[in-house]
Design a binder for this molecule. Structure first.
Ligand SMILES: [Zn+2]
Length: 292
């Protein structure tokens, strides 16, 4: 029986049963979770982009923040003006509703969260020791030359830079954030060609592996939220492999477009093809009752 043969209501019932009867829950969330929360400026020309980055669009011609991030700026001053404005928008954004719903759904349960998101939304509502951000986190800088293994807080610096952006969209040269050891420019600690996979990165995996180690023989649910088909190797494939190999594991994915269940998991999995914000809201009502 494939899960798509169930009605949405039946799928929700199954999801609720697994949430409530599992001894451990590992949530794996990716960009679809934040898109469901309304953060679409990464790939879309939406109101957030226009309001915050419209001046950059006029100067450079790109139409979403992802293209702005990869644009080849002529100078470091221009590049940092964009980074500061874009990242402050992300760091200062309100917390999305689906994150609150998920918090309420998992309240009191034995859970862990694995995410490729860098936007810090999970850290607003879940404790850091229950989150592994395996693709980096905008709140940190690293040396762009990786000359040493240390991360630096970025939040205050980014806000100072944002406030110093000139009308022609640059920042003063002496404000470009630099590595205290070698003088190279800092860069945000996020997955890229020079991503620093050092102590902090290893700790993220150690936290996750400790949770898996303590719970793998129990009835464990792998709940995948909004993982696209571009990078299945970070969450989806490990979830599939773990579900397949662990005796009491079950896998549930929620995805509005890429909801597919591998044949090998047809008796150990469920694919819900539905908007994540809707599923989180409906599930929260079933788990917690109607009251806010
Ligand atoms: Zn350095």
């Amino acid at each position: 029986m494939t899960s798509l043969e169930f009605s949405y209501s039946e799928q929700l019932t199954l999801l609720r049963q697994h949430i409530e009867t599992s001894d451990a829950i590992v949530v794996g969330a990716a960009s679809g979770m934040s898109a469901a929360a309304g953060f679409r400026h990464y790939y879309e020309h939406d109101a957030d982009f226009v309001e915050n980055l419209g001046a950059f669009e006029k100067k450079y011609g790109y139409h979403n923040s992802f293209d702005g991030f990869y644009y080849r700026y002529r100078t470091g001053e221009e590049h940092w003006a964009y980074l500061a404005k874009n990242l402050c928008m992300i760091l200062d954004a309100p917390t999305g509703r689906p994150y609150y719903d998920l918090r309420d759904i998992l309240n009191g349960k034995n859970y862990y969260i694995l995410t490729t998101n860098q936007d810090t939304q999970f850290t607003r509502v879940f404790p850091e020791h229950k989150i592994s951000a395996i693709q980096g986190d905008w709140r940190y800088f690293q040396c762009s030359r990786r000359c040493h293994d240390e991360l630096y807080d970025s939040v205050e610096t980014l806000h100072r830079l944002k406030d110093a952006i000139t009308p022609d969209l640059t920042i003063p040269t002496n404000m470009i954030p630099r590595c205290p050891k070698c003088g190279a420019e800092f860069e945000p600690w996020v997955r890229g060609r020079t991503f620093l996979e050092g102590k902090k990165y290893r700790e993220e995996y150690e936290k996750l592996n400790a949770f898996l180690g303590a719970n793998k023989e129990k009835k464990i649910l792998f709940l995948e939220l909004g993982v696209g088909r571009m990078t299945p190797m970070f969450i989806q494939e490990p979830f599939w492999n773990l579900t397949y190999s662990l005796p009491q594991a079950f896998y549930i994915m929620v995805n509005p477009k890429d909801a597919l269940l591998p044949k090998q998991l047809k008796n150990k999995g469920l694919a819900i093809r539905e908007d994540i914000a809707k599923v989180m809201a409906d599930l929260r009502k079933r788990v917690c009752g109607e009251a806010q």
